[in-house]
Design a protein around this ligand. Structure first.
Ligand code: COA
Length: 329
């Protein structure tokens, strides 16, 4: 195994909205069925925020839990990165709002936009900044209220997404632990497969008329599916090879929770037992940047991830973007 990057996760947390939207609830809104959704996606229910709930609320709660678990005070935090595409506002950065709520007055704070890859992108950026800028306590948060950009009349997309946040607190690693290796990838030629055109400088929100469904998610589902499996497989293979780690050595694989069929296809390509592949997409749907840190926290709190375990994480999202990381606890 190669030398690690010097950053280790020492605390995790996650937060979800209380309200649960089941497939049966969706049957009343759009022309769909529970059996179709379960068969095609594995999703049974998802948590959805009340309209107008800021994503910083979930991000802050997840961060508080991570700090508490690690016994670290907010004032010790040097850096906060929030991976999100559904920030409270266009500006300022949601990370600054989280900083204020936590009273983490000594932190530098910024957001990172990489859609569903937001958490793993932020993790790599954080570990690089820890090396170059000597940051010692860093909060990496993936947080989304994706339902704020959903067209509830579009059955192709509205069944897929849920809201929530997950956080990881990083500290300098000791010995052969922590973030061992990670790789990121992007392909801007494929932006048309998954995007939200509304409210940016291309279609400014201050110009009328804006069609009612304009600031919502557009997706070519089948194409996204195909690219997701290919990119996740490729980047995970690269990370394993470069780190000189075999798939058998992985104690737990946490894939981005977009679709059970994508998750199973990736696990299968590496010959990883189903029991070693983390799944919570049935309960939360696709929470974008939040999906991996939510799973990490669930895994650590339930004892599924133990000290000494090697955890592989792999993701894919709009951009297109993708990433994989290996972390030894
Ligand atoms: N309920 C019932 N029928 C639906 C439906 C729904 N919610 N959504 C689509 N359908 C219909 C389609 O209209 C189509 O009907 P047709 O055959 O009469 O044209 C049929 O189901 C099959 O549609 P298709 O798009 O081929 O289904 P699919 O097996 O590809 O599943 C997705 C659709 C969206 C679930 C799947 O493509 C997927 O998960 N893609 C990846 C999306 C994703 O993960 N995005 C985020 C990436 S981070």
């Amino acid at each position: 195994m190669i030398n690690g990057t010097g950053a280790k996760i020492i605390g995790t947390g996650h937060a979800l909205p209380e309200k649960v939207l089941t497939n049966a609830d969706l049957e009343k809104i759009v022309d769909t069925t529970d059996s179709w959704i379960v068969e095609r996606t594995g999703i049974r229910e998802r948590h959805v925020a009340e309209a107008g709930t800021p994503v910083s609320e979930f991000a802050t709660e997840a961060a508080r839990q991570a700090l508490e678990q690690a016994g670290v005070e907010a004032k010790e935090v040097d850096l906060i990165i929030v991976g999100t595409v559904t920030g409270d506002m266009k500006f300022p950065a949601t990370a600054c709002l989280v900083q204020a709520k936590l009273e983490a007055k000594n932190a530098v704070a910024f957001d990172l936009s990489a859609a569903c890859s937001g958490f793993l992108y932020s993790l790599q950026v954080a570990s690089a900044l820890m090396r170059t800028n000597s940051y010692r306590r860093v909060l990496v948060i993936g947080a989304e209220v994706l339902t704020s950009m959903i067209n509830w009349q579009d059955r192709d997309t509205c069944i897929l997404f849920g809201d929530g946040a997950g956080a990881a607190l990083l500290a300098p690693a000791e010995g052969q632990t922590g973030l061992i290796h990670s790789r990121l990838g992007s392909d801007g030629r494929q932006t048309d497969l998954l995007y939200n055109p509304g409210g940016g400088s291309l279609h400014p929100a201050n110009l009328e008329p804006v069609a009612p469904d304009f600031p919502t998610i557009r997706m070519e589902g089948r194409e996204v599916f195909r690219h997701a499996v290919t990119a996740m497989t490729k980047v995970l293979k690269q990370v394993l090879e470069e780190a000189e780690v075999s798939a058998e050595e992985i104690n737990l694989l946490i894939p981005h929770q977009a679709n059970l069929r994508i998750i199973e296809a990736v696990g299968k390509r590496f010959g990883i037992d189903k029991e070693k592949v983390y799944v919570n997409v049935d309960r939360f749907g696709n929470t974008s940047a939040a999906s991996i840190p939510i799973a990490l926290d669930e895994g650590r709190r339930s004892g599924r991830i133990k000290e000494g375990d090697l955890v592989a994480m792999v993701t894919f999202g709009a951009g297109l973007t993708w990433a994989a990381a290996l972390h030894k606890f």
